[in-house]
Design a protein around this ligand. Structure first.
Ligand code: ATP
Length: 312
């Protein structure tokens, strides 16, 4: 869906991108990850032509983006940035309406769509539609930004540190909501972050960059299990084990209860990491696993978690 072919970007003598080739498949979330200044934002912006490559080509749906007018190109791409970029003098509803209006949708259709999008991102239109951006919390403003990006139903979303400016609990909630939405909407998403944990949580594939180049492009599990270069190994660092657990469903690790039900419990739908955190917090050796009715259906032992965490 998005293809970068040997993309180079120079600013004077400095090379911000040093030959990036990468393919983002339709419906996938690809996270661009890496330290500050490695070129993530620059690469992202070549897609909607806010940055023009010095060399190489970017294809969108098989078409060289240079062949499309920037305005037309951008109307087909949702763009969400950290500072949100809401227009302060427009209400929430008007902000979400911006692109449908540009597209010339007729009034009742675009208003219905804007309300639907607000509902989708968890903002009740009756409460929020007529508010102004200054009357929103950081998390709410970020949701409006997402609703606006989704309003014209673009196939592609570019998200540049969209959850970077909110506190950690809000950030987690927004991430969960993003995953829930993405499961239905199946957009092709290019997502920039410098937070490894966010990348592991959200990505179908992670592109780890360093100094304008791709160090490794892989599924999160593979990146964590099998770092290809010393840079990748160091970037992942000691969090590797815990992060791997956050990708492993608890379901496959359950053993029968042998008479005794452990005091602590986690739901069947949890990831291994959650069980690990509970065990550490309680200083326990095993944790009960409960079904939707809250019945204990088995247990997971600390040894099992430690074994799968260190398995190659
Ligand atoms: N217009 C510009 N002129 C000169 N240098 C630039 C310009 N834009 C970006 N750069 C440089 O290119 C490099 C890559 O920048 P970019 O914004 O892509 O990094 P990033 O990986 O997104 O970093 P961060 O996580 O800090 O946002 C940086 O060293 C930056 O200073």
């Amino acid at each position: 869906m998005i293809r970068f072919e040997n993309v180079v970007k120079r600013y004077g003598d400095f090379e911000a991108l040093r030959g990036v080739s990468l393919e983002v498949a339709q419906g996938q979330v690809v996270v661009l990850l890496g330290p500050s200044g490695c070129g993530k934002t620059t690469l992202l912006r070549t897609v909607n032509r806010l940055v023009e490559p010095s060399e190489g080509t970017v294809y969108l749906g098989g078409e060289d983006v240079r062949r499309l007018k920037p305005e037309e190109l951008r109307r087909g791409i949702g763009y969400v940035i950290q500072s949100i970029g809401l227009f302060p003098h427009m209400s929430v509803l008007e902000n979400v309406l911006v692109v449908p209006r540009l597209l010339g949708w007729e009034r009742s259709r675009r208003e219905a769509r804007a309300r639907e999008m607000l509902r989708l991102v968890g903002l009740e239109p009756a409460v929020f539609a007529s508010r102004y951006p200054r009357e929103l919390s950081g998390g709410q403003a970020q949701r409006v930004g997402l609703a606006r990006a989704l309003a014209a139903d673009p196939a592609v979303l570019l998200m540049d540190e969209p959850f970077g400016a909110v506190d950690p609990p809000t950030r987690e909630r927004l991430q969960d909501e993003f995953l829930r939405l993405q499961a239905d909407l199946k957009k092709t998403v290019l997502f920039v972050t410098h937070d490894l944990e966010e990348a592991v949580k959200l990505a179908d594939r992670i592109c780890l960059m360093n100094h304008g180049k791709v160090e490794q492009y892989d599924e999160p599990e593979t990146l964590l299990r099998d770092p290809k270069t010393p840079f990748v190994r160091e970037f992942i660092g000691p969090s590797r084990t815990l992060l791997r657990l956050s990708r492993i469903p608890l379901k496959g690790l359950i053993e029968p209860l042998n008479g005794k039900v452990p005091a602590a419990s986690v739901p069947l739908s949890a990831m291994a990491r959650e069980a690990f955190s509970v065990l550490l917090a309680q200083g326990a050796r095993s944790v009960a696993v409960t079904d939707e009715q809250g019945r204990a259906v088995g247990q997971v032992r600390l040894e099992t978690l430690l074994r799968v965490a260190s398995e190659d």
